[in-house]
Design a protein around this ligand. Structure first.
Ligand SMILES: [Zn+2]
Length: 343
């Protein structure tokens, strides 16, 4: 028997336009999330899927897809996983384009005005969305800030750096690391928030969203284990990811790697002194490779690497492209690339 949930009541305190109260999501929702997660775990999910399939009432497919907008292709992919054919989602930042320096266009406002669900990352990654929302979002659109309520990166940095012989000052200073998805377990949090946003926007299909979300959560748990297993091939002393763009703090914290990045985005200046410091570490540790992202190829870093006889491997942080079409493919690619260049 599937419990009947009154979503209108449960989500009455959610932030809605134009007030944009997402920054103050009530902590009191946490017990509800826990109970749902509990209920839909393991065997309960299998039973629910079977029951829905037998009943032939998997979803209300007669209505039009819910129009959704996400800032990045990665977030749009998460919305697709949870929404399936019930949702028509667009990413504002095109594939392969840097989200940090993205400028919105008038077309984005048109897309935004039609959206019933808007998904952003938050934590300073996609602040450009604020003005588009204020100018164009409909009064009933639901805004999900996927990283809300996740622990601040600075706290993670401190625990990660404890006992490692490094200090926060040696790290790139600047805004907190918004790249939470580099830890697949944080993506579970994203998926749960997106699921709840879709249920708020389209309660008639709540059961389908719950089933889809739980299926993807299981995939994320397996992905996390798979990455850990792949990375085992890298000797512990070489578990140091050096990148141009500082986007892998959450990855490093999850898998026990040291990470060093030169800049928080391509808009930032990188100084020769920073390059010298980090490449000095690369040399001292005998690392055979540093890594760069396709949208952040840095000539300065590539020249330094070439001069030192160090390889530059490919790694993805923020943007999908034709080589990695989904988040899961991206994370798998990254793990294999690390092994290929550092083993
Ligand atoms: Zn980034």
């Amino acid at each position: 028997m599937i419990p009947s949930l009154n979503n209108k009541t449960l989500f009455a305190t959610w932030g809605r336009f134009p007030g944009l109260r997402h920054g103050s999501q009530p902590r009191s929702r946490a017990p509800f999330l826990v109970s749902i997660r509990h209920f839909f775990s393991g065997a309960a999910v299998a039973a629910l899927v079977a029951a829905l399939a037998c009943a032939g009432a998997y979803a209300d497919e007669s209505s039009k897809p819910v129009k959704a907008v996400a800032t990045t292709t990665l977030l749009a992919g998460f919305v697709e996983e949870v929404g399936g054919r019930l949702v028509d989602v667009r990413a504002l930042v095109p594939p392969g384009v840097d989200v940090h320096s993205f400028q919105t266009t008038p077309q984005d406002s048109i897309v935004m005005s039609q959206a019933r669900l808007v998904v952003s990352n938050g934590a300073g990654l996609d602040d450009f969305l604020g003005s588009v929302i204020r100018g164009a979002a409909g009064p009933d659109a639901v805004h999900v800030v996927a990283s809300d309520e996740l622990p601040a990166a600075s706290a993670l940095d401190r625990s990660r750096l404890q006992g490692s012989g490094h200090t926060l000052e040696q790290h790139v200073t600047g805004p907190p690391d918004p790249h939470y998805w580099q830890n697949p377990l944080y993506v579970i949090h994203y998926v749960e928030r997106i699921r709840d946003g879709l249920i708020q926007a389209d309660g008639a299909n709540a059961d389908a969203y719950r089933v889809n979300a739980e299926r993807f959560v299981q995939e994320l748990r397996l992905l996390d284990q798979e990455i850990s297993a792949i990375l085992e091939a890298v000797p512990p002393k070489r578990r140091h990811l050096v990148t141009y763009h500082d986007a892998f703090g959450h990855f490093g914290a999850r898998y026990g790697w040291k990470v060093s990045g030169l800049v928080s985005s391509d808009a930032a200046d990188v100084t020769p002194a920073t390059i010298i410091t980090i490449m000095g570490q690369v040399q001292d540790q005998g690392l055979p490779a540093v890594f760069a992202e396709p949208q952040f190829r840095s000539q300065v870093m590539e020249q330094a690497a070439q001069d030192m006889g160090v390889q530059v491997g490919t790694i993805y942080s923020d943007a999908l492209d034709r080589n990695v079409a989904t988040y899961v493919e991206m994370m798998r690619f990254n793990a294999k690339s690390l092994v290929e260049h550092l083993r």
